[in-house]
Design a protein around this ligand. Structure first.
Ligand code: NAD
Length: 494
């Protein structure tokens, strides 16, 4: 039966005022998966008003009381985790192992943030006189607009609602139109957990109708976006009139450096993950492969051999599923065409895989490896977001390799494989990325600060630094002497 999903406003599932619904397709079969509400501006107003009103009460609860709702939500999600796993497989086309891993991630994140109860503490600092004191309270901003992408549609919702709620903010979730049902399922669990009405709302719909409207709405205090860099730029513009706090987690173009002394087998295994996880649709995916000239041929051959073992097809039974939609499929194939036209060589893959007829409308692309890529080719400059990687042979000059890695508009994740501790430490110091993985795979941990340099974003998520993005420091000055004006410069001055 076809799924239909409404909006969630003020604690209730509600039809959109326009009565309009949008289609969502299953990326594996290309068939209609369900219909979801297309919100109007009036719906947006209602949801934001409800979050705004609810926030005043939510903030008054102790953090321990707020955490109890989060623990209840964790319980409900864990009891029904197979259901969420299934939606992730259907809606995104994630292989089962990866869908299960994402559910683990959701629970881990919510748990991590619930544990921040009692831990968001301010300071008491001395005032300008002995009988003066300044209290620095960490207070919530108010209403948070959480805009999430389709590639980790459940984990990104958890990563945003967790810190926002524990610190006393209320939330409007605006998921991607490619994954409205994952977000809807989590919100239904929020309802079952008994969160006060208005604390969490769900708005879905067309960017052209509600995008700029939401991000310039006066009652929004924080906008947390995970999405493309161009979306971050657009939101910076549209939100400038409301001076919202922005948490922007944007695109990546991770360099993956394999040095001459690396454990090649380990590096190749990690690259299988770093490139093909979620069909390459990850912000921390390896996107630029730099291999030392002494081991270049050996490493590329090893990686090709491993890539050949990948099973592609129905995500329920294979290692790699489809891309999210037809637009993504054309974008990925155009990257390969442009690299070839600029002189790169396909050494594995290219094009669509041969699959049974029932997947003929699915958005599949072969895992693809290109060699002979140069630093200025489009494939090394822009985010591919697919199972395609270009490789470049590098010389023995490690400084030059660090320069090549840093030479990118993006600065989210980076990878280095070497046994040389001096080079590893040098890279830790000189690499200009929010994350460096040395001799290991990702992804980022709840306790690590996930942040992008340059066009990969601003502010960050996870860790205590990520939680602190959701609170402001309010200062209360108190003078407890009998006369606070004594010795002050106050008119009349004589
Ligand atoms: P996207 O930018 O197209 O969409 C992200 C969200 O923004 C969606 O909900 C979309 O509807 C919404 N949106 C788009 N334009 C908007 C506007 N003008 N106003 C308000 N909302 C708007 O990104 P995507 O295709 O869903 O996700 C893939 C991108 O996300 C990639 O670039 C990837 O690198 C990035 N990403 C980054 C991280 C990170 O942690 N840095 C994590 C995951 C994904």
């Amino acid at each position: 039966m076809e799924k239909i999903q409404n909006l969630f406003i003020n604690g209730e599932w509600t039809k959109p005022s326009s009565e309009e619904y949008l289609d969502k397709y299953n990326p594996t079969t290309g068939e209609l998966y369900g219909k979801f509400a297309s919100a109007s501006r009036e719906d947006v107003d209602r949801s934001i008003d409800s979050a705004y009103d609810a926030q005043k009460k939510w903030e008054r609860l102790t953090s321990v009381e707020r955490s109890k709702y989060l623990y209840k939500l964790i319980d409900l999600i864990s009891q029904d985790r197979e259901y969420l796993t299934n939606i992730l497989m259907d809606e995104v086309g994630k292989p089962r192992v990866e869908a299960e891993e994402e559910v683990d991630g959701v629970l881990d994140q919510l748990q991590y943030y619930a544990e921040f109860a009692r831990k968001i503490t301010g300071d008491v600092v001395e005032g300008t006189k002995p009988e003066r004191i300044i209290y620095q309270y960490k207070v919530p901003y108010g209403v948070v607009l959480a805009i999430t992408p389709w590639n980790f549609p459940a984990a990104m919702v958890a990563r945003k609602i967790g810190p926002a709620l524990i610190s006393g903010n209320t939330v409007i979730i605006k998921p991607s139109s490619d994954t409205p049902f994952v977000a809807g399922w989590i919100v239904e669990k929020v309802r079952q957990a008994g969160f006060p009405p208005g604390t969490v709302n769900l708005i879905t719909g067309k960017g052209s109708v509600i995008g700029d409207y939401m991000t310039s709405h006066k009652k929004i205090s924080v906008i947390t976006l995970t999405g493309e860099t161009k979306t971050g730029v657009q939101i910076m513009k549209s939100s400038s009139s409301i001076m919202a706090k922005l948490i922007l987690e944007l695109g990546g173009k991770a360099p993956f450096i394999v040095w001459k002394d690396a454990d090649l087998e380990l590096a190749a295994r990690v690259l299988m993950w770093a490139k093909y996880w979620n069909s390459g649709q990850s912000c921390i995916a390896a996107e630029r492969l730099y291999v030392h000239e002494d081991v270049y041929d050996k490493f590329i051959n090893l990686f090709i051999e491993k890539t050949k073992t990948l099973r592609i097809g129905d995500p329920r039974t294979n290692d790699m599923g489809p891309l999210i939609n037809s637009g993504q499929l054309s974008k990925v194939s155009s990257f390969v065409e442009s690299a070839v036209s600029e002189g790169a060589k396909i050494v594995f893959g290219g094009g669509k895989p041969q699959l049974p007829d029932k997947f003929s409308k699915g958005f599949f692309y072969m895992p693809t490896i290109l060699t002979g890529v140069k630093q200025n080719m489009k494939i090394f400059r822009e985010e591919i977001f697919g199972p395609v990687i270009g490789a470049m042979k590098v010389s023995d000059d490690f400084d030059e390799v660090i320069d090549l890695a840093n030479d990118s508009d993006y600065g989210l994740a980076s990878y280095l494989f070497t046994k040389d501790i001096s080079l590893a430490m040098k890279a830790s110091r000189e690499i200009k990325f929010g994350e460096l993985y040395i001799n290991m795979p990702g992804p980022e941990a709840s306790q690590g600060y996930h942040t992008g340099f340059r066009m990969s974003g601003q502010a960050g998520e996870n860790s205590k630094y990520g939680v602190e993005e959701y609170v402001k420091v309010k200062n209360v000055y108190i003078d407890y002497s009998k006369d606070s004006t004594k010795g002050e410069v106050i008119p009349p001055y004589t």
